[in-house]
Design a protein around this ligand. Structure first.
Ligand SMILES: Cc1cc2nc3c(=O)[nH]c(=O)nc-3n(C[C@H](O)[C@H](O)[C@H](O)COP(=O)(O)OP(=O)(O)OC[C@H]3O[C@@H](n4cnc5c(N)ncnc54)[C@H](O)[C@@H]3O)c2cc1C
Length: 513
């Protein structure tokens, strides 16, 4: 069935049908399967089967723990979501996490362990901003310049750096004075703790004070033209799905210091054949320990253990454990009953942690018109509502192909308020501006707006103004409750970070026992 010929309702029905075919009736109650509500002293209840919960469970399981993994959905992977069924010819699209960077050692380690290979992604070929098309190579050779005031040199990314460089240099000087040769926050997911781990709160006070300013405020204060802030909104769109008016300036400066800011040369890849294979491989290894469609509603704990209450077939039931690991996003944890409440600073971070907005749209086209010689290219950076648009099906033979868009921040919010049909109209008309032939080959599309997904209701965590300490507080264990999830990792907002956090929580438990 071509997407074009099916109505949105049919489309959803089809997707639901395929989703539902994976379901089995709940059948035996979990409490019967795991032999009793009461815990043995190695029973660990893990909440959430995203990469954080899966990695944590896998590590604990291998260490001989009795793991019970509760997941609200009927599939593993959380924000790693590959759509396959809506498309023809074996095409698929990553509607959630997509790129694996060259530094993502945890993703690479487990991909290797499960026999998955990483496909190298394409770099940007073109830019479409302020209604004008540019080939990347013409910008790089300075044949053309971006139509933004005060842009210098040939770079698209990092134009804000000149305004904050003196802060970056202050951090570098501080590092030299303190004889710290390289920078590492506390990566404790691995076996070894980094020698150079530092506490960010030891940085000079004027640097720490930047946390009270937004990115937009700092850039304005340092004399940046509004065009530089506007450009930053789009260049930063995948790294952080928030708006410059709400993001912490401290976090941006630290990002530049760590030199890990995204740029047009960033070496990226994705798992060949679909990222969903990674969570599925974890889940298969854990098979009997995962219980799907069990949304957790309440977490109680005391000095002797934890009791987790969840819905099972519509009925509230509970299980006791020695400890629990909470990996669900904070956007959901703030809706969960906690008894007794965690410490005041933890509860504050749970209530206030900032997230952005994100939507992806996958568009099936019957011909790969983006490869024609007059085309601007197949991976295009834009300031349109679609923001980034690119050929996704690079590992699939044609003639059909999928264009994928990544929209974040206020543009995602705007698209999110539209009906699915309207989103598709915007997607098609926007692509037409980039590639004139789009309507001729368009077969249909589908969107995924994560802020309307009931089990995340957000994108991924961002460091909001005043939130520089949130990550550490959110990661800190409280009594017998441990915490993981991308929002607790130094590699936040990534698959790598989710895995690192799960391994860190597993290690905490193993050290305690
Ligand atoms: C559009 C998009 C693009 C992205 N792009 C990239 C990228 O290119 N590269 C990259 O590395 N990362 C990317 N990410 C980020 C990455 O997906 C996440 O950082 C990572 O997958 C988070 O894993 P997690 O386990 O922390 O959370 P999740 O994956 O959200 O897992 C949490 C799990 O908890 C479950 N849950 C929630 N509430 C309950 C409850 N009450 N009871 C039981 N279970 C519950 C959820 O269903 C979910 O399965 C992207 C994310 C999005 C949304």
């Amino acid at each position: 069935m071509s997407i074009e010929n099916s109505s949105r309702r049919e489309f959803i029905k089809t997707s639901l049908f395929f989703g539902a075919s994976a379901l089995v009736p709940v059948g035996l109650a979990l409490t019967n399967i795991v032999q009793g509500k009461n815990s043995d002293d190695r029973r660990i209840i893990v909440i959430g089967a995203g990469l954080a919960g899966l990695a944590c469970s896998y590590d604990l399981y291998k260490a001989g723990y009795n793991v019970i993994l509760l997941e609200a959905r009927s599939r593993p992977g959380g924000r790693v979501r590959t759509y396959r069924d809506p498309f023809a010819d074996g095409l698929y699209a990553e509607m959630g996490a997509e790129y694996v960077d060259s530094e993502d050692h945890y993703v690479k380690k487990y991909a290797k362990e499960f026999g998955l290979s990483i496909l190298k992604a394409k770099l940007y070929d073109g830019v479409y901003v302020r209604g004008k098309k540019f080939r990347m190579k013409d910008l790089q050779s300075l044949r053309h310049q971006l139509p933004y005031a005060d842009v210098e040199g040939s770079n698209l990314f990092g134009q804000e750096k000149k305004y904050i460089n003196h802060y970056v240099e202050r951090i570098q000087t501080w590092f030299k004075q303190n004889s710290i040769s390289s920078f590492s926050l506390h990566d404790s997911g691995g076996q070894k703790k980094s020698k150079n781990s530092i506490n960010i709160n030891n940085l000079p006070q004027d640097i720490l004070d930047l946390d009270n300013l937004s990115v937009a405020d700092l850039l304005r204060k340092e004399g940046a033209h509004k065009d530089i802030i506007e450009l930053y909104t789009f260049t930063n769109a995948t790294e952080s799905t928030g708006r410059p008016e709400t993001l912490s300036a401290f976090s941006m400066v630290l990002g530049h210091f760590m030199a890990d800011s995204f740029n047009e040369e960033t070496d990226e890849g994705r798992i060949q054949g679909g990222n969903d294979q990674l969570p599925k491989a974890f889940a298969k290894s854990l098979s009997n320990t995962i219980f799907y469609r069990r949304p957790v509603k309440k977490i109680e704990y005391n000095n002797d253990g934890v009791e987790v209450s969840f819905l099972e077939d519509g009925k509230l039931t509970s299980l006791k454990g020695d400890k629990c690991v909470i990996t669900m996003p904070v956007s959901l944890l703030r809706r969960t009953k906690i008894n007794p409440a965690f410490t005041a600073d933890k509860m504050h971070c749970i209530r206030k942690q900032s997230y952005g907005h994100v939507m992806k749209i996958a568009m099936q086209c019957k011909h790969r018109f983006w490869d024609e010689s007059a085309s601007i290219g197949q991976r295009v950076f834009t300031d349109t509502p679609l923001r980034r648009v690119y050929h996704h099906s690079i590992d699939q033979p044609g003639p059909r192909g999928i264009l994928l868009s990544f929209t974040s921040g206020s543009d995602a919010e705007k698209l999110g308020r539209m009906s699915e049909a309207r989103r598709m109209e915007v997607a098609q008309s926007t692509c037409r501006k980039i590639w004139l032939d789009t309507p001729q080959y368009w077969e249909g599309g589908i969107s995924k707006y994560w802020n309307e997904d009931p089990w995340i209701r957000a994108s991924y965590s961002v460091v909001g103004v005043g939130q520089k300490d949130f990550r550490e507080i959110l990661a800190r264990k409280e009594g017998l409750c441990h915490f993981a999830g991308e929002h607790t990792s130094i590699y936040r907002s990534s698959m790598n970070g989710a895995i690192e956090s799960g391994l860190r929580a597993s290690r905490e438990i193993q050290i305690d026992n």
